[in-house]
Design a protein around this ligand. Sequence first.
Ligand code: HEM
Length: 598
Amino acid sequence: MSTTSVPYIFRQAGAGRSLPGRDKRRIPALGCPRPPAAIPTRKPRENHRLAHISSRDSPRTVATRLSLSQCVASTTAAMMDAATTTTLLYGALLAAAFLYVAALRRRRGGGEGSLPPGPKGLPLLGSLLSLDPDLHTYFAGLAARYGPIFSIRLGSKLGIVITSPALAREVLRENDLVFSSRDIPDAARSISYGGGQNIVWNPVGPTWRLLRRVCVREMLSPAGLDNVHGLRRREFRATLAHLHAAAAAGKAVDVGAQLFLTTMNVITGTLWGGNIGTESERTAVGKEFRELVAEITEMLGAPNVSDFFPSLTRFDLQGIRKKSDVLKTRFDEIFARIIEQRVKTEQAGGETSEDFLEYMLKMEKEGGDGKASFTMTNVKALLMDMVVGGTETTSNTVEWAMAEMLQNRSILRKVQEELDAVVGVDGVVEESHLPQLHYLQLVVKETLRLHPALPLMVPHCPSEDTAVGGYRVPAGSRVFVNAWAIMRDPEAWEDPTKFVPERFAASKDSGDGRKVDFTGSELDYMPFGSGRRICAGIAMAERMTAYSIAMLLQAFDWELPEGAALDLTEKFGIVMKKATPLVAVPTPRLSRPELYSA
Ligand code: HEM
């Protein structure tokens, strides 16, 4: 992914520019200014006197409306005596002036219900030119300057950035429904079959509910995952054999790339079983998907003029839409081929597997659930969601965990000691061992705290003007919750930048013994988000990451190649990566070579 990427695109908001003013009250821990304690925020539609002037009215519209009211006032006045007329006229003029100024202040972000503070930026371009490609750290820096809620204009889009658990709660929990929409980048619109067909980019509504329910219940729930436990076992054993061969040859392994392939094979296997031809064909599809997913996330991260200036979308000045259409078509062809093969097998009376594709095809025949339709485009869009949403997220998390443990050897040894105690070295770790691997679970939690796969989550978009932290967040703005910064907030976390799995231990021997889960109920720990748009694949992610790390560490010792240095630099993207891939050399540690056979 390009380091110059600006991953999220800002929605054109009806509001005007933010005030340059800064609140100097700082949150000691983050060094961030606090928002004003309680600036009374008035929503336009709640204000009867201003009810006919919306914050989105242009000054010209306001003026037109005001001259109309003046006209009414003067007509009425003509029927009265001169004194009353003069008084009324002055009154009307005063009211008109008040309303006009109020409307302008709303648009410019002044006074009550003002926009959050933020960098002023240049006319037209806003802060586009000063944008840092590492958006999560750039936003954290701006939060330290402007406060835990700030606004930033990029082109004609308005972004609102949230950097505190309390304000994240207001957005994701208290105003969950209002903030549950998405603003779709142009590239995502192409890749998601128009935006209204899949889970990630669909607004909350009957279709989104149906799609999410279908995926979570049939594929991503613990029960759905149990059904395909054998498939994961097979894929993990294949990876084990592959790593063993690399170890025998003394070769270094690209940990992230290998785990991407494993995850991809598990996900595609769960989606459409092993029914797409030979093992080598399946591996080829996995390889092709890896390239496609990488290109798609790059595309989603590319700064796109069409997103900053939606009126220019049709010109596709950088050709990003064209490229994403090509990628979408390549995916679509693969999906179409797999579906066609399945339908043919079915028609020929052949045996079909009970996998997710089969379930979706049945659903497609039925046409939906009565509230929303379910079409072949939905089938493909869901396949895309699972493939793109579930692969890099999971494999990058495993790569970060391994990198952190290679940096902190005592933690790595502790995980191996636990594995030795629970599994030993005379057998291979199974998924069924995971509930007993308590320390390993802490490692997963700590990895997701320090390296959340989606540092700014998938941005949310309010459907109406809403007050957050005493400020007005306009409908249609693009709201980023900086989960990365929140999970490093020194007010919530001791030594926040240190990798300390013990901080989550039930006993308080070391760390602070914080019990957190992945449900997003505590807003200072939300690697999967919170509220109704929380990740749909948590159960799968949890199993896959823990199982992967367990396999890598039970079966092998790991060393960096001779002379190599560990680099933990992050590379921001819609999915955060390590700037340099983790390459390490495995050495077998199981008691017998046969244990590594697939
Ligand atoms: C370690 C791995 C993963 C992490 C850290 C992660 C994190 C996230 C986050 C932060 C969001 C956005 C939440 C929001 O916008 O409020 C999300 C959304 C989503 N994730 Fe994951 N995810 C992971 C793995 C997976 C997997 C394995 C799947 C499925 C196979 C998946 C499917 C989805 C879907 C479909 C959404 C969109 C939900 C919606 O918009 O309603 N994710 N994920």
